[in-house]
Design a protein around this ligand. Structure first.
Ligand code: PRP
Ligand code: URA
Length: 197
């Protein structure tokens, strides 16, 4: 996990490598964040006879927060191929760092699903709280969030507004700079993912 994180942090890492490593770290985080999902028993037949096994026994909905969250989506679907996908589009204002919504499309039945919100950067927490508010308003009850770098300010804001949401993150950085970027962080995740800096 941490060798992947240091590669993401490195300003010299090009978008192609950044995307690949973002998938790698997201796989590890998803495994951790879904460890306690309910499973159901099943039996299969191997070439040598019957074998008992287990598979995910819950409805899972994964919700990437656009755009940066898309860099984590393939990894989640690799581990949870039957998950349904909702999308939430949020954009932080470059001057104020306040997030505004530009898109939302969520599947029905959030009420009975385990919802996995994915957004790699938890900075002020404004985007996360806005996205979680939308999920709650749509009926989501069981929500967990995966990020790749978190700031203490963002964690505190999410805990204040959504105390029942578990946050899975490999690291909590020092804090935010004057532009509300995470320090040391890794820069603008979406720009580094897509080469739009
Ligand atoms: C980034 C990131 C989070 C948000 C975190 O998105 O992906 O959604 O900033 O910051 P916050 O905790 O202060 O709200 P951004 O708005 O830059 O959009 P992008 O993913 O399209 O680049
Ligand atoms: N969004 C990012 O992509 N990076 C930060 O450090 C803060 C918000």
């Amino acid at each position: 996990m941490h060798d992947a994180l240091v590669t993401l942090r490195d300003a010299a890492t090009p978008p192609e490598t950044f995307r690949r490593i973002a998938v790698r770290i997201s796989l590890l985080l998803t495994a951790e964040a879904t460890r306690d999902l309910p499973t159901a028993a099943l039996r299969v037949v191997t070439p040598l006879g019957p074998a008992a096994g287990r598979q995910i026994g819950a409805n899972v909905v994964v919700v990437p927060v656009l755009r940066a969250g898309l860099g984590m989506l393939d990894a989640v679907l690799e581990l949870l191929p039957n998950a349904r996908v909702g999308h939430i589009g949020l954009q932080r204002d470059e001057m104020t760092a306040v997030a505004s919504r530009y898109y939302a499309k969520l599947p029905p039945d959030l009420r009975t699903s385990y919802v996995l919100m994915i957004d790699p950067m938890l900075a002020t927490g404004g985007s996360a709280v806005a996205a979680l508010d939308m999920l709650r308003a749509a009926g989501a009850a069981q929500v967990r969030m995966i990020c790749i770098v978190a700031a203490p300010e963002g964690i505190a804001l999410v805990e204040r507004h959504h105390p029942d949401v578990h946050i899975y993150t490999p690291v909590i950085d020092q804090g935010l700079n004057a532009q509300k970027f995470i320090v040391p962080g890794l820069g603008d995740f979406g720009d580094r993912l897509y080469g739009t800096a």
